[in-house]
Design a protein around this ligand. Structure first.
Ligand code: 2HA
Ligand code: ZN
Length: 266
């Protein structure tokens, strides 16, 4: 099996083991490096074409590994060729061709519009370094979204205060989108606006989208956010008497050489 496909499967299954992928919940896309495309070319035996509901011309010619619509992350290691696939975005960005996997007429994730618009947005703000977009349904960050208004400042402060690492891992903060119908173009557009500013965006009452340069970085980001949400909810249940202050957040940012989002500090 090709290394990049193994790494992709491992991330899917790690999310499942942490309880983030009940049933067919969650999805993962990875923008392949040219050498990874070459390494996988012997797998490309299909040419099934599908249209996109969005303009993906900014990703023309790019190859993505994607999970399948309705497929379970739990099953990813058992039958990769049925549960995931490799697609190539058309030169005009209006559709894509399935080159490998997604066997038996399967389609890419229902959240493909959100994934592709998020790739476009994060590529633009990271000089093309972003390669991974990950959607998961972790319980604690989703539960937390019931306890606050959908306000990125409120959410980011809660998370930064709930674990010392947070301000270093996501100094820009975390965005939050109020409840919307999933799987469509509207939620994709709104998410892609927020993800330009924040490396991760919570979907209220649903889950989270995270982005990053590597599988490790992206998984680690979502894991850190989810852990902070868990700590917050535990502390809130027990009764919070003190927390990390804004001066301490500034000290942390200085010590680790990151630029914390000052708009979110008092
Ligand atoms: O793949 O998570 O948001 C199922 C979902 C839809
Ligand atoms: Zn979802």
């Amino acid at each position: 099996m090709h290394r990049v496909i193994e790494d992709y499967i491992r991330m899917c299954h790690d999310g499942y083991k942490l309880g983030w992928h009940e049933r067919n919940g969650g999805n993962l896309t990875y923008r392949m490096r040219p050498e990874e495309v070459e390494g996988c070319r012997n797998l490309f035996t299909q040419d099934r074409h599908l249209d996109l509901p969005i303009d993906a011309s900014a990703l023309a010619g790019e190859h993505f590994i994607t999970s399948g619509s309705g497929k379970y992350m739990r099953n990813m290691p058992l039958e990769p060729e049925r549960n995931m696939g490799i697609i190539r975005i058309d030169d005009d960005g209006a559709g894509y061709t399935i080159l490998w996997g997604l066997e038996d007429d399967a389609k890419p994730t229902s959240e493909l519009p959100s994934h592709l618009l998020n790739h476009i947005a994060r590529c633009a703000v990271t000089d093309g370094r972003c390669r991974v977009i990950y959607h998961a349904h972790p319980a604690n960050i989703t539960a937390l979204s019931y306890t606050i208004e959908p306000d990125a400042r409120v959410l980011s402060r809660i998370l930064w205060q709930s674990e010392t690492e947070c301000a270093v891992v996501f100094p820009e903060g975390v965005g939050i989108l109020d409840w919307m119908i999933p799987g469509g173009t509207d939620i994709a557009l709104e998410t892609s606006k927020l993800i330009r500013t924040y490396p991760a965006v919570v979907w209220a009452f649903h889950g989270i989208f995270g982005s990053g340069e590597t599988f490790d970085e992206t998984f680690g980001l979502v894991h850190t956010i989810e852990k902070a949400a868990e700590i917050y909810l535990k502390a809130k249940g027990a009764g919070i008497v003190r927390t990390i202050g804004d001066d301490q957040l500034r000290l942390l940012a200085d010590a680790f050489g990151v630029k914390i989002n000052e708009d979110f500090l008092d």
